[in-house]
Design a protein around this ligand. Sequence first.
Ligand SMILES: NC(=O)c1ccc[n+]([C@@H]2O[C@H](COP(=O)([O-])OP(=O)(O)OC[C@H]3O[C@@H](n4cnc5c(N)ncnc54)[C@H](O)[C@@H]3O)[C@@H](O)[C@H]2O)c1
Length: 314
Amino acid sequence: MAKDKITIVGAGNVGATTAHIAATRQLGDIVLLDIVEGLAEGKALDIAEATPLQLFDCNITGTTDWQKTADSNLVIVTSGLPRKPGMSRDDLLAKNVQIVKIVSEKIAKYSPDSIMIVVCNPLDAMVYTAAKVTGFAKNKVMGMAGALDSARFSYFLATELGVSTKDIKCLLMGSHGDDMVPLPRFTTVADKSITELLDETKISELIERTRKGGIEIVNLLGYSAYYAPAAGTVLMAESILKDKKQLICCCAYCDSEYNVGGHFVGVPTVLGRNGVEKIVELDLNDSEKAEFEKSLDHVKQLTTKVDGLNKLKR
Ligand SMILES: NC(=O)c1ccc[n+]([C@@H]2O[C@H](COP(=O)([O-])OP(=O)(O)OC[C@H]3O[C@@H](n4cnc5c(N)ncnc54)[C@H](O)[C@@H]3O)[C@@H](O)[C@H]2O)c1
């Protein structure tokens, strides 16, 4: 069977870590691309040299040449500035929209049949930019955020409850930012909602820590997280390439779903070989709906800013 070809754009912290995890999972042949001469090549060579030690088979190459990415099945976009202490994700918009625009034009040219996972921030606005510039079918462009945010919430819950993270099923929605919408009623431990296991104050505390999960790491490191973001990206990539049809929260195009009206926003999805194969509609109560609408308003404001910054074609 022919192997899949995966391009990872950006060989920085998230891109290189994504490449390493994807290689160990043997998801396909990997091309790592960066604009910085030698960076992607060096990281790819280092990962390739780990293959005999970590016992995985994977062809991985690094390049600055888009030609070498041609006909990829999956393209992961991590090329973007990360946050520094004191910055919000939205502060990255003006610079990253230009990078994502350039990169998306190349992806449309060299891998017109690919599926795209965008990782750059501000996430929802960058997914919108990528979809608009490539003109790809809406189910083929998505963003990684929900996987990470749910992993953070699950980790905090597991620590609090003294259970394995494996026993927690977490769903959340909305934009990737302070107004994300964790859903305690739909977050379960061994099929019991966490609302039955923890009091409201504790749940609110853990939600707040999840909302601020990114900046907690930025403040500790001076730059943004990458191990968990890369793991979240590979989870999505694997569900797509292996047609696993896993339920994963991600930034996906919604129209009638949740009455979104044509925007990319975080929702529970089923990811398979056709990209976003289904958007799962939860029976939200009034306060969950109100939180989601507030989050969606934020997404709409960001996409309006993107349109103002660029005369995006298509
Ligand atoms: N969605 C999420 O949950 C999440 C989590 C963490 C980080 N991020 C975002 O991911 C992005 C990358 O973060 P990072 O920590 O890896 O940053 P980084 O600075 O370590 O890496 C970014 C890389 O992109 C490269 N690059 C820039 N312009 C390029 C272009 N035109 N073509 C090819 N490569 C280009 C840079 O040279 C750099 O190596 C940031 O925008 C960050 O905010 C998102």
